[in-house]
Design a protein around this ligand. Structure first.
Ligand code: PLP
Length: 402
């Protein structure tokens, strides 16, 4: 929060790429007395969440719900399916892919990391070529981020599936959807993903602290022979108890109350509309940035992210100093910079419970902050975003036709 006055009027503009703002309806659903997590009322709630979350991942198989942040669900995906020393193929799309890779090393796996310049997503052709070379099928899993939160690059998961199939490779396919689930089109079953990792705090519009593994039959079969040490993360006990609507340990009851409403809200809007809204907000944001004369990290439009856009600062201007100035003066928070782009960018989140009005407010604050920070830029970014939002509203098309 801004530090320059005792009371900060108005809402904080939370434009980090998650956790995303909580809708009041979800906050209210969570503001309810604790119930017995071994009782019938809880079982009803849990069943609703366990069934409902499948419709978000688009799977008919179990989705395991962990009381843990996304990092826990990363660990769960690896320790349930693999054995010590197993080779896994990962792609260095950015900071979060790097963290997953570092975790694999710490767990005793043997990751091979395909390099990128952090400005694109995972390239199916590169994965296919590497898998074709692996004639002995030593690679046991391919792990990819659907959306790299550190850079704003989205990877084509359906195409990567096809690339794995073209290579005739039997590796498991694991996908992190932490910053894309319920914001970008995603189909666990149809796209042949074996483990999908998800988190509560972004598209699902919930607080941080809950995460998911959606699993395929192939992943379940692999879990029977996996030799990694596991206890809390083990799928088998969870799946058995979930069938009755219970958990092997005390679940995050209030989060489940929120989740039940979040799933309702996503279906009330319609998932396709949710995805279209995120695409529009992202495109409006990119148009504003272009009109300012600034560039974004994602250098190839085919990888543009619907949930986060990372803005490159002109030489001589520090992205994190800019974030501090914007927070201080306009009570807006952006995502920080990482790795090769440390100090050289700031990230605008446009995901979760957000609409054009909030986005224009956020972009307006950004344009004001660019002026205050004397960052060289052109005026008119907010106008470009407004023009785009108006031109893509169906009612504006109607007005134009009249
Ligand atoms: N994967 C991605 C793509 C993320 O964006 C994040 C966090 O933002 C994580 C993994 C780690 O999740 P958590 O911070 O909830 O542990």
């Amino acid at each position: 929060m801004a530090q320059n006055s005792a009371r900060i009027p108005g809402r904080h503009a939370l434009h980090i790429p998650g956790p995303s703002p909580l809708p009041d309806r979800i906050l209210r659903a969570m503001d309810t007395p604790i119930i017995d997590h071994r009782g019938p009322e809880f079982a009803k709630l849990a069943r609703k969440c366990l069934d409902g979350i499948k419709t978000i991942f688009k799977t008919t198989n179990p989705v395991i719900i962990y009381t843990a942040t996304g990092t826990g669900a990363w660990e769960a995906s690896l320790v349930n399916t693999l054995s010590p020393g197993d080779k896994v193929l990962m792609v260095e799309t950015g900071q979060f892919a790097t963290q997953w890779k570092n975790m694999a090393i710490k767990l005793g796996l043997s990751p091979e990391f395909i390099k990128t310049d952090w400005r694109i997503g995972a390239d199916p052709a590169v994965l296919e070529a590497r898998l074709k070379e692996d004639k002995k099928h030593e690679i046991k899993a391919v792990c990819v981020l659907h959306n790299e939160t550190a850079t704003g690059c989205l990877s084509p998961i359906a195409e990567i599936r096809k690339a794995i199939d073209r290579a005739g490779h039997p590796a498991l396919f694991m996908v992190d959807t932490i910053s894309s689930l319920a914001s970008a089109d995603y189909r666990h079953d149809e796209w042949g993903v074996d483990v999908t990792v998800g988190g509560s705090q972004k598209g699902l519009m919930l607080p941080p602290g809950m995460s998911f593994n959606a699993v395929s039959d192939k992943a379940l079969a692999a879990s029977k022979t996996s030799k990694m040490t596991k206890s809390f993360w083990a799928w088998d006990e969870m799946i058995t108890m979930n069938k009755q609507g219970f958990f092997p340990y005390t679940p995050a009851t209030q989060m489940l109350h929120g989740m039940s409403v979040a799933i309702d809200m996503l279906h009330e809007e319609g998932l396709d509309n949710v995805f279209a809204r995120h695409n529009r907000l992202a495109e409006g944001t990119r148009r504003a940035i272009k009109a300012w004369g600034l560039d974004i990290i994602c250098r190839d439009p085919k990888y543009h992210s619907p949930t986060i856009t990372a803005v490159i600062m002109p030489d001589g201007h520090d992205g994190d100093a800019f974030r501090a100035l914007a927070l201080e003066n306009f009570n807006i928070a952006y995502g920080s910079s990482f790795g090769p782009f440390a100090g050289k960018m700031f990230r605008i989140g446009h995901l979760g419970d957000i609409n054009e009005t909030a986005m224009i407010g956020g972009l307006g604050a950004t344009e004001m902050a660019l002026a205050m920070a004397r960052v060289p830029h052109k005026k008119g970014g907010v106008q470009a975003a407004m023009d785009y939002f108006v031109s893509t509203r169906s009612s504006s098309a109607q007005v134009a036709a009249e």
